[in-house]
Design a protein around this ligand. Sequence first.
Ligand code: CMC
Length: 377
Amino acid sequence: MTDKGLEEVVAASTRLSDVDGRAGRLWYVGYDIHELAARSTFEEGVYLLHNLRLPTEAELEELNERLVGEREVSRFLAELMPTLAQQTSPMSMLRTSVSAASAYDPDGWDDSPEANERKAMRLIAKTPTLIAMYHRMRTGQEVVPPNAKLPHAANFLYMLSGQEPEQEDAAALDTTLVLYADHTMNASTFTARVIASTLADMFSAITGAIAALKGPLHGGANEEAMKMLEEVGAPERAEAYVKAKLARHERIMGFGHRVYKTEDPRATHLRRLSQEIGERKGDPRWFEISAEIERVVGEEKGLHPNVDFYAASVYHLLGIPHDLMTPVFALARMSGWTAHVREQYADNRLIRPESEYIGPRNQRYVPIEERSAQAAR
Ligand code: CMC
């Protein structure tokens, strides 16, 4: 029997992350997401996902240096960017750029485990640069080169705005990157692993993952959630808005989850960040609208917010343009995708499920002249 949506299918064994949907728990390599969100950094998470253990100070320092050293994009990508900035949406730019990045990768077609580790670090390091470069070009502003003194999250905000971010803003973005870094067999990670299972290269697998993330049922939900917050505009309008949407059988973006049957543990942190940043910046409206939508959706449908719902107001308050919210998700998930691709290569078997045929059977081939004559009659 078909399991539409593969809900019950276990498609891979992984050491990277684990979810308990009933208890609302998430772990990376056995570490509770609550502890990582409170104490870790994105770079430490990158090390964890790629080495299956936390780094020492020296190891983290070495990783930081490698990532900083790989931030610049190739001349080929920089020359491609003006066209992409004019002609494509942000996620299409990212998909195309990652695909194009294979052209000048120093490791070329080397698909050894060592080369794949280096390709992974390059993709993680360059993704923020690509997004910021795209945004600066499309808005007619000068491109801001990476700042080697700033960590991953702070440098991204710097390249986007041209100004060094406040420490609290950089820390908040960093926490969201930790939260978004990996999430078991979500659609984009599954896509990446399917592509890797054919032994296609790392860039192909990640290009496919970005394509899968783009859709509103997956990563595109944070941007859609932000559109909703703007449409609602004020907390007192949330109830009528949500009820009208549900009456039209429309989905409320940022709510519901295939695996979590209770609160998504990542939403707990994003809710807190949304409130904290709103208060700190004297702009509590987005949190208040969000909280009201959460109340009504909970009462009407019993659904909980997922990672994308409060991420929308957090990113808005951090000055991230709305259509860059899904690319920021990709920026974080790049760490998990690349780790999953490496894990797939390390113990590969072609992923090739079955399908249930539901079309007609025993048809007889009629020559085209007869078909045409039959149609004319
Ligand atoms: N708003 C309204 N109704 C919903 C929602 C929602 N957000 N989510 C699920 N439902 C209803 C759905 O209409 C269906 O009702 P019924 O049985 O009466 O037709 C029922 O819940 C089950 O829905 P489903 O689509 O079979 O459930 P699923 O496990 O396939 O869906 C989901 C998971 C995430 C696709 C879905 O909850 C959804 O569309 N949410 C909105 C988009 C979203 O926020 N996506 C982000 C997902 S989490 C992070 C990420 O991957 O980016």
